[in-house]
Design a protein around this ligand. Structure first.
Ligand SMILES: [Mg+2]
Length: 106
């Protein structure tokens, strides 16, 4: 696990512990919360031609940044509950994708 992900895991653990939220942070609840945050992120791009910066309203980039953070924080918490090292899992998946989708240019 990278230092950055470890730091986020420790901070989310402390945040939840200080509020007695542990009973609610089951893998099922965290997976549902994650999917809601992904939908909140996607809503910012709904009906836009591309979603690139020029199409976004003032303040929308900050709102998108916050939704990205929500997604990441729930992802970190879900991985924590499932004892998954996110960095190792991502590296593993990149390797699998490289085999599945070989480069067209060599
Ligand atoms: Mg949100």
């Amino acid at each position: 696990m990278t230092d950055a992900l470890h730091d986020l895991r420790q901070r989310t653990r402390a945040f939840a512990a200080a509020r007695d939220w542990a009973p609610y942070h089951t893998p099922k609840n965290l997976a549902m919360a994650l999917s809601v945050e992904v939908a909140e992120l996607a809503e910012h791009f709904q009906w836009l031609p591309s979603g690139r910066a020029a199409e976004l309203a003032p303040g929308q980039q900050a709102a998108i940044r916050h939704e990205l953070a929500d997604v990441l924080l729930y992802l970190v918490q879900l991985a924590d509950q499932l004892e998954v090292d996110l960095h190792a899992a991502a590296l593993e998946k990149i390797q699998l994708n490289a085999v599945k989708y070989p480069p067209s240019k060599g």
